[in-house]
Design a protein around this ligand. Structure first.
Ligand SMILES: Cc1cc2nc3c(=O)[nH]c(=O)nc-3n(C[C@H](O)[C@H](O)[C@H](O)COP(=O)(O)OP(=O)(O)OC[C@H]3O[C@@H](n4cnc5c(N)ncnc54)[C@H](O)[C@@H]3O)c2cc1C
Ligand code: FES
Length: 273
């Protein structure tokens, strides 16, 4: 019998962690081991209600459980936030897409720039890098949130900052009296970067407007379009390159992405819409 490619694998929610007011991390235990490459995405199904795409935020080396960090945006994400409980069954299909070509980053300085919930896929990416640190020169994480209360993975950020060869800086758009860090958009902490531009890559994930300005800033700093890796998002349906919902110029984000170099997509009209 032919396998139904749309048939999800059953998984159980085994933990739910409130990251910020609007963001939760769901730890899922699939019925059988589930592997993905960092940057690939899954379709998460709530039985009887529907599905939505998410990029796992956990270490791709872990196959027993996977984390998905989800911001409340519309119907499915609101159901997950307000009605899903530990012990509930969900479905997972995938993984889909190409993910990050880690081998292209060997020996390089890696500038990772995240905005808002965009840090979720980057958490998985960072775990993948930490698992083979000897292959990379240096990792700089620059992360921007709207307010201090919107900063995700607070404890992990300080743990990551203690690692050898890792440099972490966060910023918020709007400060508050107790906040001692930088106030300003994430582009304001992309100055005087301690990296060697001749052997650096930029990896960016966040809302479209943030990616647009970070991309411009990186080009301005001297990054080459082929060294800027962008994680693109569009409304999706099949996730398999069949329905055409996620078209980006001549590409399908689900099949050809979601990670693209700026060089690949720079001619596409309105890539940030
Ligand atoms: C490859 C990929 C990976 C993603 N990874 C994550 C992740 O790790 N964490 C996370 O919180 N979100 C992620 N998203 C976004 C997430 O898929 C949407 O927030 C979700 O589909 C919204 O579903 P909903 O039913 O709650 O909202 P809906 O009721 O469908 O829509 C609510 C609003 O969100 C918009 N919307 C719907 N789908 C998307 C989408 N795919 N991208 C942007 N806007 C959308 C709609 O246009 C509408 O304005 C990812 C999206 C893609 C394409
Ligand atoms: S989501 Fe159907 S082609 Fe990409």
């Amino acid at each position: 019998m032919r396998k139904n490619i749309y048939q999800p694998v059953e998984a159980t929610i085994i933990d739910i962690k409130q990251e910020t007011a609007a963001i939760k991390t769901f730890v899922l235990k699939p019925k059988s081991a589930f592997s993905f490459k960092t940057g690939q995405f899954i379709e998460l199904t709530i039985p009887g209600l529907g599905e939505a795409p998410f990029t796992p935020s956990s270490d791709p080396a872990k196959t027993e459980t996977i984390d998905v960090t989800i911001m409340k945006a519309g119907f499915i994400t609101s159901v997950l936030h307000t009605e899903s409980r530990v012990g509930d069954a969900v479905g997972i299909r995938g993984p889909y897409g190409k993910g990050y070509p880690l081998e292209n980053y060997y020996g390089k300085d890696i500038l990772v720039v995240g905005g808002g919930v965009g840090l979720a896929p980057l958490r998985s990416f960072l775990f993948a890098l930490f698992g083979q640190m000897h292959k990379f020169n240096k990792i700089l994480l620059r992360y921007g949130s709207r307010t201090p209360g919107d900063i995700m993975y607070k404890d992990e950020l300080s743990e990551w900052a203690k690692k050898d060869k890792v440099d972490v800086m966060t910023t918020v758009d709007m400060g508050e009296p107790a906040w001692k860090g930088n106030v300003g958009l994430v582009t304001t902490i992309l100055k005087d970067l301690p990296i060697d531009l001749k052997k650096a890559v930029g990896v960016v994930c966040g809302p479209p407007i943030m990616m647009k300005f970070v991309n411009l800033k990186l080009l301005d700093l001297g990054f080459k379009p082929q060294d800027i890796y962008l994680s693109m998002e569009k409304n999706m349906s099949c996730g398999l390159g069949k329905c055409g919902h996620c078209r980006l110029g001549s590409f399908y984000i689900c099949k050809d992405g979601p990670v693209f170099t700026y060089e690949q997509i720079k001619e596409v009209h309105d890539i940030w819409d």
